[in-house]
Design a protein around this ligand. Sequence first.
Ligand code: HAM
Length: 430
Amino acid sequence: MQFAASLNAVAKSKFQALRGMRDIMSPDAERQRALVDAFAHLAGLSGYGHIMSPIVEDLGVFLRVGESTDVVTKEMYDFEDKDGTRIAMRPELTASVVRAFVQHNPPSLPWKVWYEGPQFRHERPQAGRYRQFSQVGIEVLGSDDPAVDVEVIALGWRFYQALGMNEVTLLLNSLGDDTCRPQYFDALETYFRDRASELSEKSQETLEKNPLRVLDSKRAEDQAIIADAPLMVDFLTDETAEHFAAVRSGLESLGIPYEISPRLVRGLDYYTRTTFEFASTALENAQNAVGGGGRYDGLAESLGGKPTPGIGFALGVDRILLACDAEGVFPAPDLTPDVFVLDVTGTEAATVIADELRMAGISVERAYDGRNMRSQMKVANRVEAPWAVIIGETELAEGNVTLRDMHGDSGQTLVSRDELVATLSTKVAN
Ligand code: HAM
């Protein structure tokens, strides 16, 4: 009943995509796919297998990501399923991938996977910040070798390079592990508590949940206090400091430049040891993070698995494309067809010829709706295909069609129907 009533209410309404969600259309959609293909290629070269996990998960999967983060407490699209289960549309993929790892218990480690797809966060939309956005990313579970950290970070870096991006900065930090973090947490908590009255109201609330998150505040009134806060790097145990040094040295051996960013905490709670962010200097400061990641050595265990180290990153596809626009690189692919087919016979010849050419790997566009020759030629000119096949009555009756060079100066020639595919194949290949 309720359903019928709401159907009535929306009859004839005109809808728009929801706030913060966009229709990505051609050629932007092809550009996005080309980006994903380029990422898949790089990930494949390093032995990462593709994982496609569900877009919705049990809410509990994401609660582990950070009960003191906005991503989980404020921005999650969570709701009750028809059977009463609390579920959430994924705000990120790391927790889903680790859930899949624990569920399937892959026999050979490290387990290396790559992914792509939409994420959902109920944020305040603005340029570069959407409620549905896309990420590409990788995760590695089962090794804490610093060489893995280096491989992961390098893959991100090489990807930006492959797209032609030059204005990316790698920010690097270590957030310590279970041994050194408690001391750092205590020091940070004491420091912020002593100055709590000077902190913004929001940061005072954050302090109650997780003092580390206060470092993430972008509020002006917090900045001076954050600037003097104790740093994790000064609390690292010898082992963690060595691990971090090995990561840095690995990056140096690959010639990958980085900046140590001792206050980089990232927006999710699961991070340990190596953490990093890729910032684009081509974008506005507020939304300039084009990717980020780090180690999460405790996440598998907190999702019910065996203690298993893990590391990965996710790169924001929408923001990367904005940064590419700003740098003038990685344009949308050229979708101009090879051939335009025009027909004045009113027969099925255009349908058949277009099909033959397409099956031979030649891209074809054509006119429809029985338009006259002039209006078909207008469409052909607009489409800008380099070749036109013109099907005329007399020519067709004699087993021929006309082939016209639309851009060059070779004019038009009569080609036998039987030789059309072969003739065009050589021309298109050139
Ligand atoms: P994250 O930093 O929350 O990390 O997101 C990664 C990237 O996604 C950001 O750097 C940004 O480019 C993009 N992004 C995030 N939110 C939005 C938004 N609302 N609109 C547009 N783009 C956005 C993660 O998601 C972690 N799962 C990364 C990771 C993988 N850590 C370890 N493994």
